[in-house]
Design a protein around this ligand. Structure first.
Ligand code: HEM
Length: 577
């Protein structure tokens, strides 16, 4: 049954249609123990903690513009910082409509079911809650987590995780057990994971609750300071300059098209798209006007009719990326098999909770990964073609939100993409360029010139930590551990388009791009204070780090291949061949 729809008076700015509140006010004050909340989650409820309030999001799931996965990764966790980073103040306030109580004492995070956490039933909760079981969205997450484990060679995984129903460990070791990797390979891969984790534990502050709580408090104070200093206010004048740049690039493209310099024209079109991507990124994060509908509209116009892509597709992956940054199992932006394996764990058949399928390390990957350091730049020159495929798959399959604020985005983007292929494909490529060879040159140059953009998009994470330090790690520490910034002179900011301040952006995704440089010194101060290293590399050094990391995984792949060969030979001897 769908929840009844009402207009919420508290959100006049966006006149949002949201489902009717689900718990009467008197129930919101109930004090709920961690054990009881665990029982509710075991019953399939989508519960997270916000400012010590217990929020049950079940009735909202189908309406959430941020998608289901974003919420799933917060189940059983204190989501205060993630929610603050990703929502407007009004939306954050409105979440209390879904409050079912407050927490008792200090909250200790669970591993969310989607990440392999398991939850014990609570007898009283089973009784109380059983009549809600027909709720459409309440199909059990814990059941889902269990079936995920069973699908992925369950028995073995459970053994590896100690067989406990109550543990709060992560799914990390599950994926390698999921495929066909032999025990020797697993020993090798596990030892690499252990080494990586030990390095992180040495380099970053301890995970005990006092240290992490201290970091969180200082991070929240920093956010208040940033707000007080006006750094959330958009600098619209900067966009006038941006617009002037877009128009000049587009007019130059038309000029060269007209005089028959097709490759030069293509180069300007590619640069025009590259520059626009930065603005689409701002809009996707609601970091321009801070109004969800207006910013998303700006982003969709740039992405679809102008760029031939889908902002909805990008947001769907990007939102999850911002929550589980650089996690091999959960972050779609980290999953590039069979072309790249950015971490050794991809060599052991990893389960993607985003794509809900195994990412097998199979023949094509085994062939390509050893050369990945050499293929990094060539593959990225073709990156834009891949984006068309992803965008159309997303739009045709209707994977985006079908209800709530964002229900119409899909139709808007399909229409926008058709307009794109009309002006780009028909009017420019087909009608304005006479020869097939010139057409080919124009298309290739306009697409390949986006390579630096694709480097910028991957640079900030590929060389950074991918370790899962568990649910006790605070949001700010995790963002700074998994993300690097690129140092560049201010005059080059237009080239990097804000993507050089990824770490700052991950801490505060809604800060408008043109204020990120001013925010940097505040973040550096914060990092020094809480003793978290702030990763800042020059563009060339950052590239070196990435290539180095890709090379390292190639070497690990070679060792793994040796292990597998030895295992196969031993098996042959054992079977008497
Ligand atoms: C009952 C709980 C929730 C409600 C009512 C809610 C509501 C909303 C609304 C109205 C928006 C549109 C943007 C805005 O107005 O700020 C939004 C966006 C978003 N939400 Fe939530 N949300 C909830 C829980 C969560 C949780 C737990 C997460 C995970 C951290 C999350 C992640 C996101 C993301 C990533 C976006 C950006 C979507 C986009 O711009 O594409 N939300 N949410």
């Amino acid at each position: 049954m769908h929840p009844e729809i009402t207009r919420t008076p508290s959100c006049s700015r966006q006149s949002t249609m949201i489902p009717k509140e689900i718990s009467p006010p008197r129930e919101r004050e109930a004090v709920l123990s961690s054990r009881k909340i665990e029982g509710l989650i075991a019953n399939g409820k989508y519960i997270f903690i916000l400012d010590n309030k217990v929020i049950k999001a079940d009735a909202w799931l189908n309406y959430h513009p941020g998608g289901l996965k974003a919420i799933q990764h917060m189940i059983g966790k204190d989501a205060t910082d993630e929610v603050t980073a990703l929502h407007s103040a009004e939306t954050r306030l409105r979440m209390t409509q879904y409050q079912i109580g407050t927490i008792e004492g200090r909250w200790k995070n669970f591993v969310p079911p989607i990440q392999g956490g398991t939850f014990r039933k609570y007898p009283a909760v089973v009784q109380e809650d059983s009549d809600e079981s027909e709720d459409e969205s309440a199909d059990s997450d814990s059941t889902r987590a269990t079936s995920l484990i069973s699908d992925a060679n369950g028995e073995e995984v459970r053994k590896r995780r100690g067989g406990s129903d109550t543990d709060r460990t992560s799914i990390t070791s599950m994926s390698s057990a999921a495929g066909s990797a032999a025990p020797d390979d697993l020993t090798f891969l596990d030892s690499q994971t252990k080494q990586e984790m030990e390095l992180d534990l040495e380099k970053y502050p301890a995970l005990d609750s006092e240290v992490q709580e201290g970091i969180v408090q200082k991070y929240r104070l920093l956010n208040q300071r940033i707000r007080a200093e006006g750094l959330y206010d958009c600098n619209y004048t900067a966009y006038v300059w941006e617009a002037a740049r877009w128009v000049s690039l587009f007019l130059t493209m038309l000029f060269f098209l007209r005089i028959g310099w097709y490759c030069t024209s293509g180069a300007f079109l590619g640069m025009f798209w590259s520059q626009l991507v930065f603005a689409a990124h701002d809009a996707g994060h609601v970091a321009i006007t801070h109004n969800f509908t207006i910013d998303t509209l700006i982003g969709m116009i740039i992405a679809a009719p102008i760029g031939g892509l889908s902002l909805g597709w990008w947001k769907r992956t990007h939102n999850v990326h911002h929550i589980v940054t650089n996690s091999p199992e959960h972050d779609p932006d980290n999953q590039h098999l069979p072309v790249f394996a950015v971490n050794h764990r991809f060599l052991g058949n990893i389960w993607s909770t985003y794509h809900e399928r195994l990412l097998p390390y199979e023949a094509v990957a085994k062939f390509l990964v050893p050369f990945q350091a050499y293929m990094y730049y060539p593959v990225l020159t073709l990156g834009r073609f891949n984006l068309y495929v992803q965008s159309w798959t997303f739009l045709l399959q209707g994977q985006g939100p079908r209800k709530g604020l964002a229900w119409w985005h899909r139709y808007f983007e399909i229409a926008g993409n058709l307009i794109f292929w009309y002006w780009f494909g028909y009017l420019v490529v087909y009608k304005s360029i006479p020869k097939p060879s010139a057409r080919f040159g124009f298309v290739m140059v306009s697409h390949m010139i986006n390579m630096p953009l694709h480097v910028q998009l991957t640079l900030s994470h590929f060389a950074m930590s991918t370790t899962d330090l568990g649910p006790d790690e605070s949001f700010p520490q995790k963002m700074l551990r998994t993300t690097m910034d690129v140092d560049c002179p201010q005059w080059l900011d237009f080239f990097h388009g804000g993507l050089q301040f990824q770490a700052i952006h991950h801490l505060f995704p809604r800060i408008p791009r043109h204020n990120l440089r001013r925010t940097q010194s505040l973040v550096q101060e914060f990092c020094e204070d809480v003793k978290i290293p702030y990763a800042l590399y020059g563009f060339v050094d950052g590239n070196r780090e990435v290539i180095g990391k890709l090379g390292e995984v190639s070497r690990q792949a070679a060792i793994l291949a040796k292990c597998q060969k030895t295992v196969a030979e031993r098996a042959d001897i054992f079977h008497g061949h």
